[in-house]
Design a protein around this ligand. Structure first.
Ligand code: GTP
Ligand code: MG
Length: 325
């Protein structure tokens, strides 16, 4: 697999010990706190390293060196354009959905699929695990997928059903999907905090959390826990976005929402993650059921695209656009 498009993200320092000021003891502390790669350090905050037992001045120096090596410190406007050019789009495998998304799912940001149960959120995630492996000219990212599953809904059999449609060998496709089941919200957070090495070693270009909110919702009950729930979720999503930036990967999360039929005139939904998830997900797609296997995808939030809708179908071949269904 190639690493084209990642020039800006390739660290000049290969291991933590290569960074100036990092000896074996500091490296051990960093690793223990989940910072195993230069990429992860480049997107870390000083306070986080201090919490890991590193002195403040050293922490600042380490982060600065990691950032400089990855060219993600101050950049000129023209350089920013170049950096922005490394953003890639991952095909969903549905032409209608790709069109809605202006070409596909962008790397370096979070894309959230939300909707009621059975609307196809997990189906889309599993299909993306296949399409991410396609060559760039076919809309893929020539990389693997990391799938953090909180509801035990990932099915390798489904991947094997979807892969042939994209001309890929099902067994090979499965080899490039790293799967982890998260048992609690805390476990889910720890998995992501420790993911940087796995991401680097396996050339992961797609990080999925399906669903990002279910554990938080079931564990943090009642009004008085709302603030701490949002705080933890916020921290989790920050980590996700940093990983997406550091590895030029697409980050996709799902969020089950319930329709509120009691709201007059509008078919409103209450996003479980509340405002924080709303602000952190740069692109949000609302899924609702249509007739039979049809689903309607609505782009509700995007930094640069107009609102719009696309029809998709869930079939034995995966998720298909209206054209090919
Ligand atoms: P929650 O996780 O419960 O919130 O739902 P979700 O939005 O993740 O729904 P999911 O992606 O699991 O979609 C479920 C839909 O996909 C159901 O309508 C299933 O019938 C359909 N589906 C799942 N697997 C297959 C399959 O192998 N073949 C076909 N034709 N449909 C499938
Ligand atoms: Mg699901």
């Amino acid at each position: 697999m190639s690493t084209e498009g990642m020039e800006y993200y390739r660290a000049k320092y290969k291991t933590l010990e290569d960074l100036p000021g990092v000896g074996p003891a500091t490296a051990a502390k960093l690793r223990q706190s989940g910072y195993r790669t230069v990429e992860a350090l480049a997107t870390a905050a000083v306070s986080e390293l201090v919490a890991a037992g590193i002195g403040e001045a050293t922490a600042a120096r380490i982060i600065e060196a990691a950032r400089r090596s990855m060219a993600i410190t101050f950049v000129r406007g023209d350089e920013l354009v170049k950096l922005r050019k490394t953003v890639r789009k991952l095909t969903t495998g549905c032409p209608s959905l790709d069109r809605l998304l202006g070409g596909g799912i962008e790397t370096q940001t979070i894309t959230e699929f939300y909707g009621e149960f059975g609307t196809g959120k997990s189906q889309i995630c599993q299909q993306l695990c296949v399409t991410v492996q396609l060559p760039y000219e076919k809309g893929g990212l020539e990389g693997g997928a990391l799938y953090i599953d909180t509801e035990n809904t990932f099915r390798p059999e489904r991947i094997m059903q979807i892969a042939p449609r994209f001309g890929l060998d099902p067994d090979e496709v499965l080899k490039n999907i790293i799967y982890a089941e998260a048992y609690t919200s805390n476990h889910q957070m720890v998995l992501l905090e420790n993911a940087d090495e796995v991401i680097k070693e396996n050339n992961i270009r797609l990080i999925i959390i399906d669903s990002v909110t279910s554990h938080f919702r079931s564990e943090y009950l009642g009004r008085e826990m709302l603030a701490s729930r949002q705080q933890q979720l916020n921290k989790h999503l920050h980590k996700l976005i940093r990983l997406a930036r550091a590895f030029n990967a697409a980050a996709v999360v799902t969020n089950q929402v319930m329709a509120q039929p009691d709201v007059f005139f509008t078919r409103d939904v209450r996003p479980v993650g509340g405002h924080i998830l709303g602000h952190m997900s740069h692109t949000r797609i609302y899924l609702r059921k249509g007739r039979g296997n049809i689903r309607i995808a609505k782009l509700t939030v995007s930094p640069n695209l107009p609102e719009g809708e696309a029809l998709i179908r869930i079939t034995d071949r995966g998720v298909e656009g209206e054209e090919d269904a």
